[in-house]
Design a protein around this ligand. Structure first.
Ligand code: AMP
Length: 513
């Protein structure tokens, strides 16, 4: 079989011969819905024909901020099928954030939840987008109404491996988000490697309970199932009890550490519930050793931890086989085709076991940041390696461990929170002199966002009022879980805020020291 370079064609080629088999079964819609492979074929054709009818320029961006649904996955596939560029946005983003993304990416089409149409559509029209559709998680909205009028046959547009397939925005430490440009080649190379590495096989059943605006749920999980012609049990929302109840029909599950912590809190999580499972994968944030061990004891399964990021898709993985070779606290070995090295601040290679900045290269590494050539140049070394911004080490056997993030990113519940952005909002509020945002350990979220705020002289601040003001402005996952007032911030002789000291000071806010 010749291997196509366009992602949709490769996924389509993996559909089973019998298109009337069920591809996706919904688990949390009012009644279960069964989508066959033929439904995916026809549904994506109709949506792709709708995009074609809009006569968009080649490689137009299609920005999508909707609740999770099978139709939203089909929209992603339809954008690929018509050769455009998919731009998923976290459904929690509010107006100021969405305005930045639309202004920066200049999408030709925006698709939003109908409850947001009132503010998204004027904003999008003002920024030059001419097509705004709605899509809801109950199969309603103008996108489906318009697609229903289209033909259900569509010749997929051919794309080269270096053509853009998706842009994923990763919030920037400076407060400005950067759009990571991923090509068909990046996504396909990674999907194929993971398919082999994790032993995906026909007959696998994936419980899909992750959001699909992020690399984990959209690419790693969906591509894995689609490329092996496997059925998915589809959750629009994660509910630990409901997910555990469906495990006896499944073989593969992927989650961020928070999902595993939540399932561990359920008495229904037993060996019997996991009897048909062959693989539990964790990633997107550090997995606590405690969670790794508890999972082993309760279920008899060893979690497989992997590491990756929006800019590179997946980079490393613990071994699939034997499961006994998976080590808690490490993210495993570089995947086949991925180069990974650790350098110090002066760009000198470090020997095994020494901690430094992780740099990578490979067919999965992105092309650069959308319309930010300067930023792109900064993040690549002269010899073409990408600086991940993660700090870690490689042991003598080649196993990689992550110890932190050079950019002070906080990952709460699997979502990235960039301190600089929250600090920016806080510092703009009346009576605030300055602020520092840190992450502290939290049993449920992995890390909790905490803000330390210094009032202006003479000003009286109310912590709860500041939190409420943030809630009205930014996605709730970014809002600090605690806001502490302080007379000053600790600083080093260079004037830099010592966030490590703040972390030490507040580390027991949510977990006993
Ligand atoms: P994102 O681009 O949102 O996927 O976030 C990527 C970042 O998440 C990486 O740069 C890491 O800092 C972090 N990350 C992903 N997987 C892991 C993991 N298994 N352990 C520790 N950190 C991780």
């Amino acid at each position: 079989m010749t291997r196509s370079n366009s992602l949709f064609a490769a996924l389509r080629a993996a559909f089973p011969a019998d298109l009337d088999q069920v591809a996706i079964e919904t688990a949390d819609t009012p009644a279960p819905l069964h989508y066959t492979w033929r439904d995916l074929e026809r549904g994506t054709a109709m949506m792709a024909n709708l995009l074609r009818s809009l006569e968009l320029p080649a490689l137009s961006r299609v920005a999508v901020q909707v609740d999770k649904s099978v139709e939203a996955l089909m929209l992603y596939l339809a954008v690929l099928r018509e050769g455009h560029v998919y731009l998923p946005l976290n459904s929690a983003y509010q107006a100021a954030e969405v305005e930045y993304f639309i202004g920066n990416a200049e999408p030709a089409v925006v698709v939003c939840a109908s409850r947001n149409f009132g503010w998204v559509s004027p904003l999008a029209f003002r920024l030059g987008t001419r097509n705004v559709f709605t899509l809801d998680d109950d199969r309603s909205g103008t996108l489906l109404a318009r697609a229903a009028l289209q033909s259900d046959t569509h010749e997929p547009v051919r794309r080269r491996s270096d053509d853009l397939a998706a842009i994923l925005y990763t919030s920037g430490t400076t407060g400005r988000s950067k759009g990571a440009m991923l090509t068909h080649g990046n996504l396909l190379a990674n999907a194929r490697v993971l398919n082999d590495y994790w032993g995906w096989r026909p007959g696998d059943v994936l419980v899909h309970a992750l959001p699909i605006f992020h690399v984990h749920g959209l690419f790693v999980a969906s591509h894995g199932a689609l490329l092996s012609g496997s059925r998915m049990i589809w959750f629009n929302r994660f509910d630990p009890q409901a997910v555990i109840a469906r495990l006896p029909e499944a073989s593969v599950f992927m989650g961020v550490p928070t999902l595993y912590v939540r399932m561990l809190a359920e008495p229904a999580l037993t060996r019997a519930a996991c009897a048909t499972m062959r693989l539990f994968i964790s990633g997107s944030a550090p997995l606590l050793l405690d969670t790794f061990t508890q999972w082993q004891q309760r279920t008899g399964h060893t979690l497989l931890e992997r590491y990756g990021m929006s800019e590179t898709v997946m980079l490393t993985s613990n071994p699939f086989s034997p499961a006994s070779a998976r080590r808690g606290g490490t993210v495993g070995f570089p995947l086949p085709g991925v180069g990974l090295r650790v350098h110090d601040d002066q760009e000198r290679p470090l020997p095994a076991g020494e901690i430094g900045g992780i740099q990578v290269r490979g067919p999965n590494v992105f092309e650069g940041y959308w319309r930010m050539p300067g930023k792109t140049a900064e993040e690549f070394t002269a010899d073409g390696w990408f600086r991940t911004g993660d700090v870690g080490c490689v042991d003598a056997e080649g196993r990689v461990s992550i110890v932190g993030r050079s950019k002070d990113l906080v990952i709460s519940g699997g979502f990235n929170v960039y301190p600089a952005e929250i600090e920016g909002w806080l510092n703009d509020m009346p009576g605030v002199a300055e602020s520092a945002v840190i992450g502290v350990p939290h049993a449920d979220f992995g890390e909790a966002v905490v803000a330390v705020v210094v009032p202006r002289p003479g000003a009286t601040l109310d912590s709860q009022a500041l939190i409420d003001a943030l809630k009205a402005r930014i996605a709730h996952f970014k809002v600090p879980k605690a806001l502490v007032l302080a007379a000053e911030l600790p600083r080093n002789t260079m004037g830099k805020v010592q966030k490590n000291r703040l972390r030490e000071q507040h580390q027991a806010l949510f977990i006993a020291a």
